[in-house]
Design a protein around this ligand. Structure first.
Ligand code: HEM
Length: 538
């Protein structure tokens, strides 16, 4: 075909009159293509408008703005982000829409974006009309580090990855807590009586645990000052740099390609080489694993069997070494920072609420007595601990802000029109933003004390019908696969810290601000700008 086309072009060029004819032909084709596309878009737009009218759709109000194109709003957004208070700013806007639970805004550049607050709209977005939405530019933002894995895929490829990984996570739920024991021990060994910032240590902990689970080999970043191997250290550092790069690209969204410095590329390369080398050394792609593999729950399984079991199972269904590498890195990214942030915010809240800390200590002591190393059953017998973590995830969801892009024109069930009850049409290519952080502070969802840390609200039954008002792990088909694992890791760590240290309290002179008033760092996840400083005593 190609050669045939080439011959035709050559034939025309050979004739003296052919060049102008060719030029006119190309210009005519371009104009025809433009007109055809414009006509197609106009017809689609009209058909969508009609569809919206038939369903009684109306737009929600626009975000009030003083300057053309809402430049004032964009500036406010920028300033509040630089000040570490972007989410507080979004909450202040949402307050104006409280009774309707819906707002709409136009971005300076790019398509219209709807910010949904109403639980019915969140449900439509993440569950009922799941198929109408995609990730937009997310896959290409994350591609340099994550390639092609569950976190970046959509459609059939995502379904395959989801099924593959889901099986491993279901099995992982039967595991005992051996996977946490060693690393939480290393964390505790880093702490001596006195003041410490727990936040960076929690990031090390969750990296060590996640690499152990996924690769069958921890990078032991908590042993960096003792005996961490050089290649592990290089991996841990490179992974941090690569992840910071992804966060920067994420903020640039459609212009993410602008950010691709050599340090970022080098960090991604190092991470890839580390994982590939390990896959090759262990022969994960060569060994056909089968039923005789000792599953982690089997009685004869050793710690090593449990540790490399995950990677062997994923290897079995990965076509190439790169596929396997990408899947592992996707899960590592999904599970590492999120869990560290949850731990950090929970401890920050606990030291600022001594009565809650005291009640939690009492529960841990009652269930555990003199036993250390809590089992899954023991952790499940601590309902107050579960409420504390749930409340911390409500006020500080590690993924506080998220979005989807409509892949076809679709409808949100409520929030449009003057009384805020009409459905809203979302046209193909428009964005929908959703935020657990903002929703968590809605008084018409969580009551008058929505801003306060009160774990008891999860015990009284007052939130039995909260439904899609609470979604820190989102929900629907793309619900977090690591939820159970993360909750176990967080709970295990808190129990061990409380058992080891007689007191864990706010250091003298540390600020006590109202919940949500502190400075925050928003990357892909939400962390505290001032860390998690505590005073510990054995
Ligand atoms: C407190 C800790 C965690 C929180 C709050 C959390 C939250 C989330 C959220 C909000 C998503 C959806 C992202 C989106 O689609 O835009 C997600 C997806 C995911 N999470 Fe988690 N996560 C946590 C821990 C973990 C852990 C420990 C793992 C694994 C070890 C993990 C594995 C995954 C995976 C594989 C997905 C992708 C699911 C899919 O797209 O089908 N997460 N998580």
């Amino acid at each position: 075909m190609y050669l045939l086309g080439f011959d035709v072009v050559k034939h025309y060029l050979a004739k003296s009159w052919s060049l102008p004819v060719l030029t006119i032909g190309i210009i005519s084709f371009a104009i025809a293509h433009f007109l055809f596309t414009a006509l197609k878009r106009t017809l689609e737009y009209r058909a969508d408008t009609l569809h919206g009218r038939e369903h009684g759709c109306e737009l929600p109000p626009e975000l009030p703005k003083r300057w053309p194109l809402g430049v004032d709003r964009i500036k406010e957004l920028w300033d509040s982000n630089a000040d570490g208070r972007l989410l507080a700013f979004l909450c202040s806007i949402a307050r104006d829409y409280e009774p309707r639970n819906m707002l709409c805004q136009h971005l300076l550049i790019g398509p219209r974006a709807f910010h949904v607050l109403h639980p019915k709209n969140v449900e439509a977005l993440l569950s009922t009309n799941f198929k109408d939405y995609g990730f937009g530019v997310r896959p290409s933002v994350f591609a340099p580090l994550l390639g092609n894995g569950i976190f970046t895929q959509e459609g059939a490829a995502w379904k395959h990855s989801r099924e593959l990984l889901r099986k491993q996570f279901v099995r992982a739920q039967y595991q005992d807590n051996r996977c946490f024991h060693e690393h939480v021990g290393n964390l505790i060994n880093c702490l001596s009586d006195g003041h410490v910032d727990l936040q960076p240590l929690f990031f090390n902990l969750t990296l060590d645990v996640a690499t152990d689970l996924l690769f069958g080999r921890s990078v032991y970043s908590l042993r960096a000052d003792i005996d961490q191997a050089a290649d592990n250290r290089e991996f841990a550092e490179s992974f941090n740099v690569a992840q910071e790069g992804l966060a920067k690209r994420f903020r640039l969204a459609p212009f993410h390609f602008i950010y691709n410095p050599s340090a970022f590329r080098k960090a991604c390369r190092n991470v890839h080489m580390f994982v590939e080398r390990y896959i090759r050394e262990q022969g994960f792609m060569d060994k056909a694993t089968g039923d005789d593999d000792k599953a982690p729950e089997s009685e004869n399984a050793t710690q090593q069997d449990s540790a490399s079991w995950f990677i062997r199972q994923v290897a079995q269904e990965s076509a190439t070494e790169t596929d396997l590498r990408d899947q592992l890195l996707n899960v590592l990214l999904a599970g590492r920072d999120t869990t560290a942030c949850c731990l950090s915010w929970t401890l920050r809240l606990l030291v600022r609420h001594p009565a809650v800390m005291e009640r939690l200590r009492h529960e841990v002591q009652t269930v555990m007595g003199d036993l250390t190393s809590p089992t899954r059953e023991q952790i499940r017998a601590m309902p107050f601990l579960a409420s504390v973590v749930k409340e911390s995830l409500r006020l500080y969801p590690p993924v506080p802000l998220n979005n989807r892009e409509a892949v076809r024109t679709t409808i949100l069930p409520t929030g449009g029109g003057p009384d805020g009850t009409r459905p809203i049409m979302v046209r193909k290519g428009e964005m929908v933003v959703f935020s657990q952080y903002v929703n968590s502070r809605r008084k018409n969802i969580f009551g008058q004390d929505a801003d306060n840390f009160r774990p008891e609200r999860w015990e009284t039954g007052e939130l039995n019908d909260v439904g899609w008002g609470y979604f820190p792990f989102i929900g629907g088909p793309r619900q977090c696969l690591g939820e159970d694992f993360a909750l176990m890791e967080v709970s295990y760590t808190i129990v061990r810290l409380l058992q080891t240290f007689r007191t864990i309290e706010l250091p003298v002179g540390e600020k006590v601000e109202p919940v949500g008033a502190e400075r925050q760092v928003l990357t892909l996840v939400l962390s505290s700008a001032d860390g998690c400083k505590v005073a510990v005593k054995r």
